[in-house]
Design a protein around this ligand. Structure first.
Ligand SMILES: *[C@@H]1O[C@H](CO)[C@@H](O)[C@H](O)[C@H]1NC(C)=O
Ligand SMILES: *[C@@H]1O[C@H](CO)[C@@H](O)[C@H](O)[C@H]1NC(C)=O
Ligand SMILES: *[C@@H]1O[C@H](CO)[C@@H](O)[C@H](O)[C@H]1NC(C)=O
Length: 495
């Protein structure tokens, strides 16, 4: 089925599909001389229309265009903008929401937030985790959302991006797809560059990339693309992006520790004082774990081989994941039952709200289809390329740290999917220039309003933090703690 789909695409799109495949740096970033052509620049505040988009082109990204409009969506206390980045000769459209900081938009840092999946919309992060408003689950407001006092735009300008195309409100005109993280990184770099160069007030402003879950795979690659493109830009005398840090919540990064972590969450005391999984299932898991680890090491890690890696993952999931699914517990939060689409009732409410004609108008959505929280097509495409297993993403993290980019790995302790222990295990063994310093550092409690929020190990560049009693979606479960964490991280204070 996959192959017939691809063939049809190549036949019907012909040159377009081919041009897309051979997209070179030059096509993406423009002719070498274009950089001294004048960039259309303006202050965001000059965009006052809430009805029509203002379109902005960029000489160095001739295949791209930003369309932006002001919106009354979500946070009446700040300026809000929504729009599309049209990429690849206008055939792909990436939707974003931008919220100014509630404190000082002209001086505060800029953050990007993305959700994972692969294939899930950042609207989930926006409307049920850290965004300026949350989906109204109690019919308490007349506009469908309630204001969130713990939003991360308290102290930063923040944009939420639906990526790659096919996710949320991002779409492609001719069915083109982005099927790997490395391919997605090109569009992310273009998006952020155009945004920063067009809206001059942000130029040079510290930039932080944040996200969760599959963000543990996306963000290290996206940040590395930005870092590497910065080096080229510097050589050519072009503006660079002031990338400062990466924040990953309950991520999937180094695959080698995933199943061990899941075993300890279910059958050990990693999450609860008494294991919640049955003894018989735990024995089965414990017996299978060494074989799972060895097969993954051989087929996925030492030398990636698609067939062997797929077989290893199928074995590991069969022996080490089915027991958890059978419990009916929420795999993102073992303290809760699984209720609603992807275990959260909010997801259904978010979809209903974003599909309302008046919400689409408020946002300026021109996407042909309805909203879906997670795209199964995108998930499938990434899976076909084994995107999750094929690349040692932890090497990107080490590469960033070695070049002075700060990295915060945080995790709620009740998550099973991308659990905190799997994250601790890979961070502990990560090879990078500050490893010895990190090894020597003590674990300490970190607190918010006098209460213990979790435990932390911090060095100037790398910090690992747990959030006690939070699941996969930390800001959903522990909003005050999350905001405190981000607030301290941005100013480089200890947690
Ligand atoms: C940009 O600079 C190069 C040399 O530095 C010059 O040859 C070229 O004409 C310039 N382009 C524009 C559009 O000014
Ligand atoms: C929607 O209504 C709620 C409660 O009535 C209010 O707090 C919020 O600010 C409103 N949102 C917008 C975008 O006006
Ligand atoms: C929500 O509240 C409105 C009035 O504000 C009411 O008309 C409506 O029936 C309520 N809906 C539900 C599902 O309770």
């Amino acid at each position: 089925m996959f192959w017939s789909k691809i063939t049809a695409l190549v036949v019907s799109l012909g040159a377009l599909a081919n041009a897309d495949n051979v997209l070179t740096n030059q096509a993406l970033y423009g002719a070498p001389n274009a950089h001294n052509a004048s960039v259309q620049s303006l202050h965001l505040s000059s965009i006052s229309s809430t009805d029509a988009f203002t379109a902005l082109s960029h000489p160095r990204f001739p295949n791209h265009q930003v369309r932006v409009k002001k919106s009354e969506f979500c946070d009446p206390t700040v300026n809000v903008y929504t729009g599309y980045l049209d990429v690849d000769a206008g055939a792909k459209h990436m939707f974003f929401y931008f919220f100014e900081s509630r404190r000082n938009p002209d001086e505060d840092d800029v953050m990007m937030w993305i959700n994972g999946g692969p294939g899930c919309s950042s609207a989930m992060g926006l409307l049920m985790e850290l965004g300026p408003c949350s989906i109204d689950m109690k019919n308490a407001s007349s506009n469908g959302t309630v204001w969130n006092p713990y939003s991360w735009n308290e102290e930063a300008n923040i944009f939420f991006l639906d990526q790659p195309v096919g996710v949320g409100f991002s779409y492609a005109d001719y069915g083109e797809t982005v099927e790997t993280t490395e391919a997605a990184a090109k569009n992310i770099h273009a998006f952020i560059s155009i945004f920063f160069e067009t809206f001059k007030q942000f130029s040079g402003r510290p930039l932080h990339l944040s996200g969760e879950s599959y963000g543990g795979r996306y963000l290290p690659v996206f940040a590395s693309e930005i870092y590497d493109q910065n080096q080229l830009a510097m050589e050519e005398g072009r503006p660079t992006l002031n990338l400062q840090s990466v924040l990953i919540g309950n991520g999937i990064t180094d695959i080698s520790t995933l199943y061990q972590g899941r075993y300890e969450v279910e059958c050990g005391t990693a999450s609860l004082d008494v294991p919640f999984q049955s003894i018989s299932t735990c024995v089965r898991m414990k017996t299978a774990l060494p074989r799972c680890q060895a097969a993954m090491q051989k087929g996925c890690i030492d030398q990636f081989d698609e067939m062997n890696c797929r077989a290893a993952v199928a074995f590991c999931d069969g022996e080490l994941s089915t027991g958890m699914w059978a419990t009916g517990k929420n795999v993102y939060d073992i303290s809760k039952p699984c209720e609603g689409n992807l275990c959260y009732k909010e997801n259904d409410a978010i979809k209903a709200y974003l599909d309302l004609p008046e919400t689409r108008e408020l946002l300026g959505v021109e996407t042909p289809g309805n909203f879906s929280p997670c795209s199964s097509d995108v998930g499938r495409s990434f899976n076909i390329h084994m995107d999750k297993w094929v690349a040692p993403t932890q090497y990107y993290v080490a590469g960033l740290l070695d070049r002075g980019i700060r990295v915060l790995i945080y995790a709620g302790t009740y998550d099973w999917q991308c659990n905190w222990l799997a994250n601790k295990l890979w961070v502990d063994k990560l090879e990078w220039s500050g490893k010895a310093l990190y090894d020597d550092e003590e674990w300490t409690d970190w607190t918010v309003d006098g209460g213990k929020a979790g435990e932390v190990k911090q060095t100037p560049l790398l910090t690992f933090a747990t959030i006690r009693g939070a699941g996969h979606m930390v800001p959903h479960d522990k909003p005050a703690e999350s905001l405190a964490m981000v607030s301290r991280w941005l100013v480089q204070n200890k947690l």
